[in-house]
Design a binder for this molecule. Structure first.
Ligand code: FEC
Length: 308
């Protein structure tokens, strides 16, 4: 019979229903419940996003299913079974690992649905998976990042090119690549996250033949500690005021799915600001289950198995 591989596919997670927003938010805040105002503000954001309240759940389900199909198609000599492990919602990372062990999996690979490595993001997912797998005697290898995979870069460049067609003229369109901000303290830890994001932005711009681009951070938290900047909202104001930029294309390449940080923070918040400034703003379509993205994941998972 075929060699069986368990693949732990990790993603951020989203509430399953409105009454779970508080528990979700409390988990993100490491056990400290949000105030009533904070909870209301987050609930309002979920209520406003287009396409239902929690699109990330269905998008992750589809990505995990599509990855399993892609792996079994690309490497028919092996049998792959994918398990979900979510960072802040059920099924949690720990649940996914325990399920693999319960199913008799003896060989596993972990991969995160986020291409860029940070100790605070992907590193956190890996640590929790490793800490659950070890006492169960389940060996698990990890894909740390895949931010320059040629198929990922091609999928993103195709989306940039397609979105440029939505402008009345491609002349003078500024492309803004963006990703989730993190607290500035990651710089002291020599975290690769900022450099990896710049490297993917540069590669996508080159492949799409874009000269006029820059990078901006988005969705920073409201805490007392400083977060990485410049923030995308400030960038929109600055390039409008100082450079008379009138057309902007945002490519949120730190994310791979339609969810709150894209559908609210860009599609509602950034668009409102752009409208007020009289700018034409577009956003590239999210990768979701793009076959090139699924092939990227399938390739990097397989490479983990074949590397010594
Ligand atoms: O659609 C959804 O339901 C979920 C959207 C969502 C994604 C996402 C991705 C990332 N986050 C990252 C870092 C942080 C840090 C904090 C933080 C807080 C929040 C809150 C919400 C939220 N995040 Fe998130 N994130 C998403 C949603 N995130 C809601 C809480 C309210 C708020 O601050 O807006 C601060 C936590 C703390 O206090 O310590 C840090 C990073 C990513 C991208 C990588 C990944 O997907 O893992 C990094 C999607």
């Amino acid at each position: 019979s075929k060699r069986k591989i368990g693949v732990l596919v990790m993603s951020y997670g989203t509430p399953a229903s409105m009454d779970q927003i508080e528990a979700y938010y409390t988990h993100i805040r490491r056990g400290s419940p949000p105030s009533e105002e904070q909870l209301k503000a987050l609930t309002d954001r979920y209520e406003k996003i287009v396409g239902g309240f929690f699109p990330l759940r269905e998008n992750t389900n589809r990505q995990v299913e599509a990855l399993e199909q892609t792996l079994n198609r690309d490497y028919p000599e092996l049998e792959f079974k994918c398990y979900q492990g979510l960072k802040h919602a059920s099924p949690f990372i720990e649940d996914g690992v325990k399920q693999m062990a319960a199913d008799g999996i003896t060989e596993a690979v972990g991969v995160v649905l986020a291409p860029h490595y940070s100790t605070m993001s992907v590193g956190g997912y890996m640590k929790r998976a490793q800490e659950t797998a070890e006492p169960l005697g389940l060996p698990i290898r990890f894909v740390k990042s895949y931010h320059l995979h040629p198929k990922l870069i091609r999928a993103l460049a195709d989306r940039v090119t397609a979105a440029l067609d939505r402008f009345e003229s491609k002349e003078g369109v500024r492309v803004l690549f963006s990703a989730h901000s993190l607290p500035e303290k990651i710089l002291e830890m020599r975290d690769p996250y900022p450099d990896q994001l710049l490297a993917s932005s540069k590669a996508v711009a080159e492949l799409a033949g874009i000269g006029d681009w820059q990078f901006a951070w988005q969705s920073a938290g409201q805490t007392a500690t400083p977060w990485l900047g410049p923030d995308i909202m400030d960038v929109l104001e600055t390039i409008h005021r100082e450079e008379n930029v009138e057309r902007v294309l945002i490519c949120p390449l730190g994310f791979v799915s339609d969810h709150l940080e894209v559908l609210y923070d860009i599609d509602i918040e950034c668009k409102q600001l752009a409208e007020r400034l009289g700018m034409h703003l577009e956003r590239t379509a999210s990768l979701n289950t793009d076959p090139l993205y699924m092939e990227t994941l399938s390739d990097v998972v397989y490479k983990q198995l074949t590397e010594a």
